[in-house]
Ligand binder design. Structure first.
Ligand SMILES: [Zn+2]
Length: 268
């Protein structure tokens, strides 16, 4: 029971699971966590949470903006509840015209342009010995050569192909601070330095997951073209494209989850 899969996604995704056992909040050294739902699927327990939910509440509503998300409570709580593999869902803007709206992207690299977040569990403060964190006062430089789980990435791509979905492999995600959207000048720069898609929520989630040795893969939904590539970018449009593609996402997850084995073959 301690090798669970966790999904971080929008509230719509939660509906693919039927047998909800409970919803809980975990007390962590970084505050009370976002709500986490536990589901039972084919004898496996699966965790679900929404990064935008209010910590301490039982509601999965989208209320917290990206720059205010407490990712340390989110990732620590999932690990504490036995998650060993995380599938993160997010929506992104495309930096390249050949990426199709409504298609999916699997991430291979990221570039971090955020400014004010908590990037590590190990910031020199001793929080007592925790079985998940160990000693948080140690200096830890986590390797980021392979930030995403190669084994889960492969399974996501294979499953998307079975469903004949458009999916971009090996995308590079650039994470901005937000909540404002980017300027066309920034987008030109981001494209020049190798980014394919832009979003606001990947960092520091992926870093914190890797610090705890958890597998982390992302399924990004391309909801819009970035600033300067279409007339305007509106949040309404992003939400609209996201919800139109949620059914596709649910089908993908339903097929994907049973394929993810508890025994890792990856190097995470
Ligand atoms: Zn892995």
């Amino acid at each position: 029971m301690d090798k669970k899969i966790a999904i971080i996604g929008g509230s719509g995704v939660r509906k693919i699971f039927e047998k909800e056992i409970s919803i809980t909040n975990v007390s962590t050294p970084f505050g009370i966590s976002q709500p986490i739902a536990i589901f039972r699927e084919n004898e496996k327990e699966i965790l679900f949470t929404n990064r935008h939910s209010l910590p301490g509440s039982k509601s999965f509503e989208h209320v917290i903006p990206p720059h205010k998300i407490n990712s340390r409570t989110l990732i620590f709580a999932l690990a504490k509840m036995g998650a060993r593999r995380i599938i993160a869902i997010n929506s992104v803007g495309a930096l390249k015209k050949d990426l199709k709206l409504g298609s999916f992207a699997v991430l291979e690299q990221f570039i971090d342009m955020t400014k004010t977040r908590h990037y590590t569990f190990y910031d020199g403060t001793f929080l007592g010995h925790d079985e998940i964190l160990g000693d948080t006062s140690i200096v830890k430089h986590i390797d980021m050569t392979e930030p995403f789980c190669a084994e889960m990435n492969e399974l996501i791509l294979e499953t998307a192909k079975e469903l004949k979905y458009d999916i971009v492999s090996k995308a590079c995600y650039i994470c901005t601070e937000g909540p404002r959207l980017e300027t066309p000048a920034e987008i030109n720069f981001y494209r020049m330095i190798g980014a394919d898609v832009v979003g606001m929520t990947l960092i520091p989630e992926v870093i914190l997951a890797r610090e705890l040795g958890l597998c982390y893969s992302s399924i990004s939904i391309i909801t819009n073209y970035a600033a300067g590539m279409q007339e305007r970018v509106s949040f309404e449009e992003v939400k609209e494209v996201y919800s139109r593609n949620e059914e596709k996402l649910k089908r993908l997850l339903t097929l994907l989850i049973p394929k993810i084995s508890e025994d890792k073959k990856c190097r995470c």
